[in-house]
Design a binder for this molecule. Structure first.
Ligand code: GTP
Length: 603
């Protein structure tokens, strides 16, 4: 009998909103890991933003003690996984820390795109999958149908899948019993050289970086000198312990099979990359654990302070956020239009929105952001290759031998009646049809290869609206393909506004140019003079709109009027100005920069 026999390490995987966090809370409650009164709603999602948006952004872990019917106490390590496609690498590392996964499927919805994507990820890690059918309290729940769907489509036995209501707390004990019965205990040799997998980390201003680890081999103790195998950074372990629901619990050592944290006066999460292997500096492991990769930002955008004087504040804020977010990257950039700012790299659009919101909310920054761009590659006629994450850097078309853009393999689950709409949408977005399979009589899984630049913006929203909310989407990067790309420049009053340039497929250039100029016309207020808005490709104007000149002074109509009204009007104007940028001679509101984004939803 080994200490490992009573450990179960598992994750909960699910399609968004199928009840992962609610079930996690019930498991916490059922194991009394957290006193009822301490339990804030959905403890595992512990950032405000996450809670507001109802999504799980960072992986977390918690150790539960479960007394089984046979009287034995089991250690259940629940490792939470992020619920969004932007964070799929983190999901894969969390799964790599487990032996099993609970697959939650909503009894009223059945299998959705992320149900399948997450199941595949779990199967890749050889996890034991334990299906759980949730929301049986709802009148439209169909446990039998969903059970069949799991068996037929995923190919795992669902005959013993607990049917639960996480919301009401029905049948939660059955889930706990099955965790113990079906998920294998961890393997590993505590006497072997240390190999511990980092599956998350965050910065704490007192302890430095707190690193969440799953020890695979060997053991880790305070006082040991450790080395991060990918980055080579070395540290002395200060503390190790377990992650409880409401606090960290120090212990003497963490052994093979265990999940917990370590601190080592680490200043920066860049040194504790998710997926890296921790070993000892002396007599360490020969090889790191499989599966580490450096995460690459997929989407880039320029962030500028609305008030140029706040440049240093913005840099400080970004540095603070980066302490805690190894996947955020940024470097200084200058725009003729916007002045000094930063080019920032994000995992995806959601990640970008979260960062922007945090900058505005937590750091009180007033930002002007440029349209997000994916990363393009070009081969130049002189034989050199270039990676382009900023439309401003797009080379002169005459020097480009071949341009490449990133593609994704997308899987869309939907009731079959929307197949026509979905195909139409994918076609519009330059998608290449791959395959279609029936999940059951009424639902299909449609596969397309799509350019990432067509889907990062609003593909999902459009998909939802064209399928009355029923379709679900999952995708992963499939690689780069040759493409015909051009840079579209926008000119205001005859001057190119570098921050408004974007890269687009040739076939879409005219339509985009037209809509872009129309959109800008809507957003740019009338000025004292006429403002031509032009779109150009390689110096050739392909669309034009004009904002007519403003005739009267705003205050003109107040002549003779009372002073408070005049003041109010001026106040209002000032308010409006806050988010305006002076571009050459033209004042442009922040919305104009995001207009590029909104183009697609009108198509
Ligand atoms: N009726 C009913 N509603 C449930 C049940 N379980 C969860 N819900 C509701 O379903 C919604 C989504 O639940 P969550 O637990 O946040 O779903 P999730 O899968 O964690 O979602 P993400 O964290 O965004 O991935 C919430 O409004 C829950 O209250 C259930 O058993 N019955």
């Amino acid at each position: 009998m080994s200490y490992r026999d009573n450990i179960r390490n598992f994750s909960i995987i699910a399609h968004i909103d199928h009840g992962k966090s609610t079930l996690a809370d019930r498991l916490l409650e059922a194991t009394e890991s957290v006193a009822q009164r301490e339990m804030s709603q959905q403890l595992l999602d512990n950032m405000d933003l996450e809670r507001e948006r109802g999504i799980t952004i960072k992986a977390r872990a918690v150790k539960l003690d479960y007394r089984a019917e046979d009287g034995q106490v089991y250690t259940l390590n629940l490792i939470d996984t992020p619920g969004h496609v932007d964070f799929s690498y983190e999901v894969s590392r969390s799964l790599a820390a487990c032996e099993g996964a609970i697959l939650v499927v909503d009894a009223t919805q059945g299998i959705e795109a992320q149900t399948l994507a997450n199941t595949y990820l779990a199967l890749e890690h050889d996890l034991e999958i334990l299906p759980v059918i949730n929301k049986i309290d709802l009148p439209s729940a169909d446990v039998e149908r969903v059970g069949k769907e799991i068996e037929n489509f995923i190919g795992i036995d669902a005959s013993e899948a607990p049917a639960v209501s996480a919301k009401m707390g029905t049948n939660i004990e059955a889930v706990l019993r099955q965790i113990v019965k079906l998920i294998p205990p961890p393997q590993g040799d505590e006497g072997a050289p240390l190999q511990a997998l980092i599956f998350d980390s965050f910065y704490d201003s007192y302890k430095g970086v707190i690193v969440y680890i799953r020890v695979k081999e060997g053991e880790v103790r305070p006082g040991q000198r450790i080395r991060m195998m990918a980055t080579g950074a070395e540290f002395d372990v200060v503390e190790v312990g377990y992650l409880r629901a409401t606090q960290m619990e120090k212990c003497d050592r963490l052994r093979a099979g265990e999940v917990g944290y370590l601190t080592a006066s680490i200043k920066n999460v860049q040194d504790t990359q998710v997926g890296d292997t921790v070993t000892t500096a002396e007599n360490g492991a020969a090889e790191p654990l499989h599966g580490y990769r450096q995460v690459q930002p997929m989407v880039f955008s320029g962030l500028y302070p609305a008030d140029g004087a706040k440049y240093n504040d913005l840099r400080d804020a970004l540095e603070k956020l980066k302490l805690n977010d190894a996947s955020l990257s940024f470097e200084a950039e200058t725009s003729a239009a916007l002045g000094f700012g930063f080019r920032c790299g994000f995992l995806g659009l959601l990640h970008m929105e979260v960062i922007q919101e945090r900058l505005e909310r937590e750091f009180n920054m007033d930002l002007v952001t440029t349209a997000p761009s994916v990363v393009y590659k070009v081969e130049l006629t002189d034989g050199t290759a270039k990676v382009i994450d900023n439309p401003m850097d797009y080379p002169d078309p005459a020097t480009i031998a071949q341009a490449y853009e990133p593609f994704v393999n997308a899987s869309i689950f939907s009731p079959s009646e929307y197949v026509g709409n979905i195909m139409e949408l994918c076609q519009e977005k330059r998608g290449v049809f791959k395959n279609m399979e029936y999940v059951d009589e009424n639902r299909v899984d449609i596969r397309y290869e799509l350019p990432l630049n067509e889907i990062i913006y609003d593909f999902f929203d459009t998909l939802k609206s064209r399928t009355r909310g029923y379709a679900s989407l999952d995708y992963e990067l499939s690689g780069y393909q040759p493409s015909k790309l051009v840079k579209l420049d926008i000119l205001l009053n005859g001057e190119v506004v570098d921050a408004l340039s974007f890269i687009v497929h040739t076939d879409k250039a005219y339509a985009r140019a037209r809509r872009m100029t129309e959109k800008l016309k809507e957003h740019i207020p009338r000025q004292m003079f006429e403002v031509p808005i032009q779109a150009a490709v390689g110096g050739k104007i392909i669309a034009r709109e004009t904002v007519r000149a403003l005739r009267k002074d705003v205050l003109a109509k107040c002549y003779g009027g009372d002073i408070t009204r005049k003041k109010k009007l001026l106040e209002k104007q000032k308010e409006g100005k806050k988010r305006m940028r002076q571009l050459g001679s033209v004042e442009v509101p922040q919305e104009a920069f995001m207009a590029v984004l909104k183009l697609d939803s009108d198509s």
